[in-house]
Design a protein around this ligand. Structure first.
Ligand SMILES: CC(C)NC(=O)[C@H](Cc1c[nH]c2ccccc12)NC(=O)[C@H](CCCC/N=C(/NCCC(=O)O)S[C@H]1O[C@H](COP(=O)(O)OP(=O)(O)OC[C@H]2O[C@@H](n3cnc4c(N)ncnc43)[C@H](O)[C@@H]2O)[C@@H](O)[C@H]1O)NC(=O)OCc1ccccc1
Ligand SMILES: [Zn+2]
Length: 249
């Protein structure tokens, strides 16, 4: 996006935010790209030659739990080496400004929003940091310390899985309910670093547009146009680590 175009779009975005009493955010892998976390698109949907669908589905885990744990242990090892970027920090600063009336629904499982200081974060696809026992259901926060190839549950010895929402699995009810509520009540929805192709996460955008009248102002922050662009009122096209801090100036 040409600089002058971006300046004009930033002015409109700042104006919309100045009049907003409630702000909601939807983030995807792109907000963590500048921290060194690979996006799904960049990997062409592949991980070490495996279709993401194969290593991020219940059937994939049934078929080959070792492979799935190799996939998630590799991502845990990556997240151990990264830190929040200026985009995460800008969103945390915005939360300090709007307080309770600001929240982030993230599709990311890297925990970088919380590491940047954001409090109201709805992890709608779970977290790399937690495990869940397939037998007793025990959920534990394990940080990003390396785990065994096939970790087992301490209390019951059952097989552990990442506490992550895989394809064909429902999102956690309470977290998803909060995310929909925030999108339905916001005056501005920031859509940051997502290709907006995965559902029901992407449905937060039409929810924000249609829940109130007038609907929320949707601001898309991305390197490129996406499936969400037709619903966006303002497009800030550039790295979110550059555009988001400009919204805080
Ligand atoms: C692929 C898609 C078509 N399929 C789905 O959506 C499916 C099926 C489906 C359901 N409803 C539908 C409706 C229509 C079509 C399909 C469906 N959805 C499901 O299966 C969902 C579950 C979906 C969740 C799956 N889990 C993930 N993640 C956790 C795992 C893990 O992470 O390992 S999804 C995963 O992929 C998605 C990747 O998208 P993005 O994050 O946007 O990343 P991507 O790489 O694609 O794009 C990055 C963007 O950033 C931009 N960018 C890059 N760098 C920067 C930069 N520097 N700055 C700014 N932007 C940047 C790029 O330009 C790009 O636009 C994220 O959601 C991510 O979480 N579950 C379910 O429907 O269950 C049913 C059900 C219901 C009730 C009861 C029982 C069952
Ligand atoms: Zn257990």
């Amino acid at each position: 996006m040409a600089d002058d175009e971006l300046e004009i779009a930033l002015t409109h975005a700042a104006e919309a935010l100045r009049h907003a009493s409630k702000v909601a955010v939807l983030t995807g892998a792109g907000v963590s790209a500048e921290s060194g976390v690979p996006t799904f698109r960049a990997s062409d949907g592949l991980w070490e030659g495996h279709r993401i669908e194969d290593v991020a589905t219940p059937s994939g885990f049934e078929r080959d739990p070792g492979l799935v744990w190799k996939f998630y242990n590799a991502r845990r090892a990556n997240v151990k080496t990264v830190s929040p970027n200026a985009g995460h920090l800008a969103l945390a600063a915005m939360e300090r400004h709007w307080g309770e009336n600001f929240s982030i629904a993230t599709q990311n499982v890297d925990g970088l929003h919380q590491a940047a200081g954001s409090q109201r974060v709805f992890e709608i696809h779970g977290s790399l940091r937690r495990t869940r026992c397939t037998a007793c259901g025990e959920i534990q926060d394990r940080g990003v310390e390396p785990l065994a190839d096939m970790p087992e549950c301490g209390p019951c010895g059952g097989r552990l899985r990442p506490d992550i929402v895989w394809f064909h699995e429902a999102l956690p009810d309470d977290v998803w309910w909060n995310a929909q509520q925030a999108a339905g009540e916001c005056d501005v929805l920031l859509v940051v670093g997502t290709s907006a192709v995965v559902y029901p996460a992407a449905s937060l955008i039409p929810i924000a547009k249609r829940s109130k009248s007038p609907g929320a102002t949707v601001i898309e922050c991305n390197l490129t146009r996406t499936e969400a662009s037709t619903m966006a009122d303002i497009g800030l096209y550039g790295p979110s680590g550059v555009t988001l801090p400009k919204l805080c100036e």
